[in-house]
Design a protein around this ligand. Structure first.
Ligand SMILES: [Zn+2]
Ligand SMILES: [Zn+2]
Length: 277
């Protein structure tokens, strides 16, 4: 596929999430668990132009996804889009003029077709999104580029598996290493929550899903929402790499690539922006 969409993960993890998806004619911001200052700093780091933002999409109401929304919304003044469950699920969001959608809605922003899909998480009505650019001039509206990711989900719903299939850029939650979580210092109730069906996807779950999601169209896999307590980038990347036959490109295992060089694996971070072109 020729890139028509670019993904800028400005932050990913339990301390704050924000991503910008840049389409042919504009961009959308997905979640904002960063302050306005931090959002702009991170965007500047990777040369991401925030003036192109046409809408803010919100996946769910946990603070690490919405803490910066009221201030950032006032800055951009663009539509802010969520399910009713998300919009009403957090006191801090009550004043915001949400455009309400269902978790299977289809939207158009930035020259992209954006399809929502439901995730499984301990909140009211969570979702993630698949972004597509189509060739509007071809009779069959051929797909030119696709980007999707799923985070904050205890398992991949059938809709998520469908939405993530064959994307050029495939983001997948690799929240925790099951052994680190089991032997770590979290209390039992929190371990159960994280690993439960409405918690977070583990490295193992993500790796198990890859063989069915990755096709010859897939160029980049981004491990997302890594726990700083119960995971390491090298451990997550190793797990995903083994699932698709990729090898590390450096001794620290911070990136991996298949022997034919066509598919690479990297990890988004809480502390740095990551751009995938
Ligand atoms: Zn989260
Ligand atoms: Zn969450």
């Amino acid at each position: 596929m020729t890139p028509h969409i670019h993904l800028h993960v400005l932050a990913s993890g339990s301390k704050g999430n924000a991503a910008v998806v840049e389409g042919p004619t504009g961009s959308v911001l997905v979640d904002c668990g960063l302050s306005r200052k931090r959002l702009f700093e991170r965007a500047r780091e990777v040369g991401c132009d925030l003036t192109r933002i046409e809408a803010i999409l919100v996946t769910h109401e946990h603070s690490d996804h919405v803490s910066g929304l009221p201030v950032v919304f006032r800055h951009f003044g663009v539509p802010i889009i969520a399910t009713t469950g998300t919009a009403t699920g957090h006191n801090g969001l009550a004043e915001l003029p949400f455009t309400l959608i269902d978790h299977d809605a289809v939207l158009e922003y930035g020259g992209m077709r954006i399809r929502a899909f439901p995730t499984s998480h301990d909140v009211n009505d969570p979702m993630c999104f698949r972004f597509e650019v189509r060739d509007e001039n071809s009779p069959s509206k051929d797909t030119l580029d696709t980007v999707a990711w799923a985070t904050d989900t205890g398992y991949l719903t059938d809709e998520a598996l469908d939405a993530l299939y064959g994307c050029r850029i495939l983001g997948i939650e690799a929240n925790h290493d099951p052994r680190m979580l089991a032997t770590g210092r979290y209390p039992a109730w929190l371990k159960a929550r994280v690993s439960g069906a409405r918690g977070h996807l583990s490295n193992v779950q993500a790796a198990e899903a890859l063989p069915t999601l990755v096709t010859h169209q897939t160029e980049t896999i981004v491990a997302m929402h890594l726990s700083e307590e119960n995971n390491r980038p090298s451990i997550a990347i190793r797990a995903l790499a083994e699932a698709v036959g990729a090898q590390p490109t450096n001794g620290a295992y911070t990136e991996a690539r298949t022997p034919d060089g066509l598919l690479s694996i990297c990890a988004a971070s809480q502390h740095r922006a990551l751009s995938v072109w």
